[in-house]
Design a protein around this ligand. Structure first.
Ligand code: F6R
Length: 609
C-alpha cells in the first residue's frame, strides 16, 4: 500500500525522504515521488517503478530543500505511471500533496473544481483533487485550507501538504488511514508507518482520526477539526532499526522465519507471571463477562484469518464456547448474528486492514465486545477495540506473513487457556501441561529451522511443478490453508488446500501421477484417518510429502518424503507444522527467482477495499 514520509529540519530533505521511502518499499508500490520547498518554489520529481529509478534520475540534479514530502504509490485510481505518481501539485504550482487511501467523492469534487475554478486535471487519480482543493481554499494559512478541504472530502485517507509560500511547514491530516508524527532533534517528521523513521528517532505521536498535524523544525502541533490543540502522549517506539533491516539474510521473509523462536518467546513470556500463570495484559475479561457471552466471532483476512481457524479449534476445545470464524470482507456485508452477548476477536498484524476495521466497527455497532490481536501498537484496530492483546513480533517487513502468524497463534492459545481456566472447563494439570508445551515451542521451532537444508533440497527438486495440494484433518486443515497461501503468494504456483476428508467429494478427481500433495498428519487421534487419505492419493500416484511428528515411522510407508517436526501435544502442532511450510514456500520461490519480499500485485497492508 502507499507510504508517506515528510521531513522538515535543517538538512537536505531529499536524502532523508528517499531513505524513509526505501524503508516502506516492503509495503508494495509501483511508483515513487518527492516534493520539496526550494528557493520559494516547489520542486517535484516522481517516477513509475522502483525508488532506485527515481534516485538515479535525480542523482545528478542539485536538488536542495530542507522541507519536503515523499510517497510510494500503490495504484488504485489510474494505472501506475509517472503522471499518476505522487506528489500531486495544484495548477499554479503552489501546493503539493501526497495521499494514502481513497477520496470517495473525487468525481464530484473534480466536477466542482472544473466548473467553479476552471481547474484542469492532469491525472486519473482521486488524489489530485486534494492538491487543487487545498489550493483554491488557501487564503492565508495552509492548515486552514486543509481543514476546509477535509470538510468537503469523503473517504478514508491520510495526506500531507506543503505550500511554496510557507517555508518549513508540513500540514497533514488523518481520517481512517495511518499517520504518525516523529520527534527528531532539530527536525520533525510525519509518516504513514514507523519503519520509515526508525533511523532518525524513537519518539512518535500517533495521530487520531480527524486530527491535523502542523510540523515545523521546531515543533509538532496536533489540532482537532475546530483547531483546538490536542494533548497527546509521546510514544516510545521499542522496535529497533536492526529489526527493520535484513541483517545479512537474503530476504526479509527468511529473516522473519528465523526470528520466530525469539518472537514467540517474547509474546509468550511477557504474559506469564512469576507463578507461571497467564497474565493477559490489556484484556479485562472476567468470569462474569465470559458467562455472558454466548458466542465468539473471530474475524480477519488472509493469514490472520488462518490463525483464526486454529483459534476456533483451541477455544472451542478448551473454553467450550462456540466460535465462528469469518473473513472480514464477508462478515461486514452479511448482517451477521451479533449482539451484546458476542465477543468479537479481530486479528491483524498491521491493525490497518480496511475490511477488518470495517467488520470490527460493524460488530461494535451491533453491541459486541471487541478484543483484538494486533502487532502494530496504536494502529486503528488496536485503538478501536475494547481490549487489545499485542503480538510482540517486531516489525514484519516481508509481504508474506510468517512471524505475525505464529505470534497470533500464541496469543490465541493464551486467550483460550485463560478463558478455559476462568470458566473451569479444563483441569489445572491440563492448563499446566499446555503452558509447558507452549514454553517448549521456541526451541522446537529452532530445531526445525536448523534442518532447513532438507526443505531447501526438496524445494530444488519440486520447484518447477505447477500445482500443489495441501491436505490435513482437524487443526491440521487450518495449517494446510496457511501453507497453501504462503506457497502461492511468493512462488505463484497454483496451490489448493482442503480438509482431507473432503477429497473424495470432488477434488480427488484432480490427482494424477506426480501431483504434489503435502499431507499434514500431526494429530495422533486422527492419524489413522489421515493415513487413509494419504493412501488414497498415493493410489493415484501422487507425490506425497507428509508432515508428521518424530517417531511416526508408519507414515513413511505411503509417503514419498516425510518432514518431521519435534514431538508435541496435538493441540500445539500448528506452531511447528507451519514452519516447514513457510520454508518450503520460501525456497521454492527462491529457486524460481521470484521477488520474494514483494510478490507481484500484493501489498503489505491492505488499507483499501
Ligand atoms: C499473507 C498476508 C496477508 C495478511 C492479510 C491481513 O502472507 O500477509 O494475507 O495476513 O492481508 O493483514 P493484517 O494481518 O495486517 O490485517
Amino acid at each position: 500500500m502507499c507510504g508517506i514520509v515528510g521531513y522538515t529540519g535543517h538538512e537536505n530533505a531529499r536524502d532523508i525522504i528517499i531513505d524513509g521511502l526505501k524503508k516502506l518499499e516492503y509495503r508494495g508500490y509501483d511508483s515513487a515521488g518527492i516534493a520539496m520547498q526550494s528557493k520559494g518554489e516547489l520542486i517535484v520529481r516522481k517516477q513509475k517503478g522502483k525508488i532506485a529509478n527515481l534516485e538515479k534520475t535525480i542523482a545528478d540534479e542539485h536538488l536542495y530543500g530542507t522541507t519536503g514530502i515523499g510517497h510510494t504509490r500503490w495504484a488504485t485510481h489510474g494505472v501506475p505511471s509517472d503522471l499518476n505518481a505522487h506528489p500531486h501539485v495544484s495548477g499554479d504550482g503552489s501546493i503539493a500533496i501526497v495521499h494514502n487511501g481513497i477520496v470517495e467523492n473525487y468525481v464530484e469534487l473534480r466536477r466542482q473544481l472544473t466548473e467553479e475554478y476552471g481547474v484542469v486535471f492532469r491525472t486519473d487519480t482521486d488524489s489530485e483533487v486534494i492538491a487543487h482543493l487545498v489550493s483554491v481554499l488557501h487564503k492565508g494559512k495552509l492548515e486552514d485550507a486543509v481543514l476546509e478541504a477535509v470538510k468537503r472530502m469523503k473517504g478514508a485517507y491520510a495526506f500531507a501538504a506543503i505550500s511554496k509560500d510557507e517555508p518549513g511547514k508540513i500540514v497533514a491530516f488523518r481520517k481512517d488511514a495511518p499517520l504518525i508524527a516523529g520527534l527528531g532533534r532539530g527536525c520533525n517528521f510525519i509518516a504513514s508507518d514507523i519503519p520509515a523513521l526508525l533511523k532518525y528517532l524513537n519518539k512518535i505521536y500517533l495521530i487520531e482520526n480527524d486530527e491535523l498535524v502542523i510540523c515545523t523544525p521546531e515543533q509538532i502541533q496536533i489540532l482537532d477539526q475546530q483547531k483546538n490543540p490536542v494533548k497527546r502522549e509521546v510514544l516510545q517506539v521499542t522496535w529497533s532499526l536492526e529489526d527493520a533491516e535484513k541483517e545479512g539474510y537474503e530476504h526479509f521473509m527468511l529473516k522473519e522465519i528465523h526470528e520466530q523462536p525469539k518472537a514467540i518467546r517474547e509474546t509468550l513470556t511477557r504474559r506469564l507471571d512469576e507463578n507461571g500463570r497467564i497474565r493477559l495484559d490489556g484484556i479485562s475479561l472476567t468470569l462474569e463477562d465470559l458467562e455472558h457471552f454466548n458466542k465468539i466471532y473471530i474475524v480477519a483476512c488472509g493469514t490472520a484469518y488462518h490463525a483464526g481457524l486454529v483459534g476456533k479449534y483451541i477455544i472451542e476445545k478448551m473454553a467450550r464456547i462456540p466460535v465462528e470464524v469469518d473473513v472480514a470482507s464477508e462478515f461486514r456485508y452479511r448482517d451477521p448474528f451479533v449482539d451484546d452477548r458476542t465477543l468479537f476477536i479481530a486479528i491483524s498484524q498491521s491493525g490497518e486492514t480496511l475490511d477488518t476495521l470495517a467488520a470490527l466497527r460493524e460488530a461494535k455497532r451491533k453491541g459486541a465486545r471487541v478484543l483484538s490481536v494486533v502487532n502494530v501498537v496504536g494502529s486503528s484496530v488496536a485503538r478501536e477495540s475494547d481490549d487489545v492483546f499485542y503480538t510482540w513480533a517486531g516489525p514484519e517487513i516481508a509481504v508474506a506473513s510468517t512471524k505475525a502468524y505464529t505470534t497470533q497463534l500464541i496469543c490465541l492459545y493464551l486467550i483460550a487457556l485463560y478463558m478455559a481456566d476462568l470458566r473451569g472447563t479444563i483441569s489445572q494439570s491440563y492448563y499446566q501441561e499446555v503452558l509447558a508445551e507452549l514454553q517448549a515451542i521456541p526451541d522446537k521451532v529452532s530445531t526445525i529451522i536448523s534442518r532447513a537444508g532438507e526443505i531447501e533440497e526438496l524445494a530444488k527438486y519440486l520447484y518447477n511443478r505447477d500445482q500443489v495440494f495441501f491436505i490435513g484433518r482437524g487443526i491440521d486443515s487450518a495449517v494446510a490453508y496457511e501453507g497453501s497461501l504462503k506457497l502461492k503468494e511468493v512462488s505463484y504456483i497454483n496451490s489448493f488446500a482442503i480438509a482431507a476428508g473432503e477429497l473424495k467429494h470432488g477434488t480427488i478427481a484432480l490427482m494424477e501421477p506426480e501431483t504434489i500433495v503435502i499431507a499434514l498428519a500431526t494429530q495422533d487421534f486422527l492419524f489413522d484417518k489421515m493415513y487413509s487419505n494419504i493412501v488414497e492419493v498415493k493410489a493415484r500416484m501422487a507425490h506425497v510429502v507428509s508432515i508428521a511428528k518424530e517417531g511416526d515411522e508408519k507414515i513413511r510407508e505411503e509417503s514419498t518424503e516425510v518432514i518431521y517436526i519435534p514431538r508435541c501435544a496435538d493441540e500445539v502442532t500448528p506452531l511447528l507444522s507451519v514452519i516447514p511450510l513457510q520454508l518450503f514456500a520460501y525456497y521454492v520461490a527462491r529457486e524460481r527467482g521470484e521477488d520474494i519480499d514483494k510478490p507481484r500485485n500484493l501489498a503489505k497492508s491492505v488499507t483499501v477495499e
